[in-house]
Design a protein around this ligand. Structure first.
Ligand code: FMN
Length: 190
């Protein structure tokens, strides 16, 4: 079961934009992050939720998509995410987020998958501009943006070949291919 959902939980970057996601759904997803592990249990993460056309349009321009797909500028109108969860560090609680935000992101995206949704972790964010358009106080450091929606693309896992190339690619039919290293290449026998 867990493997099925992890296999399904790919990084989706094209969505059925007309399928809306309500605030309660986003709150349920953040609740999964709330219950996730936190170093020293300090729980320094805070979240901004967005699921309206107006707020989404403020966030989208400050995100960079799929760096390896040089010919693609990111999702076009009609295929943009329906919602976002912005993960912040509250620096009044802690100066470091450790790896809490990665764990939180995974919890949220696994939960989204269970609900028939999908998303993408975005770290390539123009943080300065995003802070300005959303009026985010300096107390909060912008860590990650999670783009969420109803996936509109097929993603296939591949095996990293002998050349070691890990770059994902998209084929003529639009299927996105993601090479993963094989198990024996990531377990070190000492
Ligand atoms: C910390 C982190 C930051 C990422 N940042 C971006 C990003 O800025 N833009 C993007 O399109 N994808 C981003 N991704 C998605 C990765 O490209 C994706 O996880 C990788 O290609 C493997 O695909 P998979 O998630 O389907 O296994 C990020 C993923 C992680 C874990």
């Amino acid at each position: 079961m867990i493997k099925d959902i992890i296999l399904k939980n790919r990084s989706y970057r094209r969505f059925y934009q007309d399928i809306t996601i309500d605030l309660d759904t986003l709150r349920q997803l953040v609740d999964l992050a709330r219950l996730s592990p936190s170093a020293r249990n300090s729980q320094p993460l805070k979240y901004i939720l967005s699921c309206t056309t107006q707020k989404n349009s403020l966030i989208f321009p400050h995100l960079a998509w799929a760096g390896y797909l040089k010919q693609w500028d990111g999702p076009c109108e009609g295929e943009k995410p329906s919602a976002y969860i912005i993960i912040l560090l509250d620096t009044e609680i802690s100066q470091s987020s450790g790896c809490d935000h990665g764990i939180a992101a995974q919890s949220i995206l696994l939960g989204a998958n269970e609900k028939g949704l999908g998303g993408c972790i975005i770290a390539s964010v123009n943080r300065e501009n995003l802070r300005e358009v959303l009026n985010i106080p300096m107390q909060y450091e912008i860590l990650l943006v999670l783009a969420i929606g109803k996936p509109k693309e097929t993603i296939q896992i591949e095996t990293v070949g002998p050349d070691g190339d890990i770059k994902y690619w998209r084929d003529a039919e639009g299927t996105h291919h993601v090479p993963k290293r094989i198990l024996d290449d990531i377990i070190i026998n000492l």
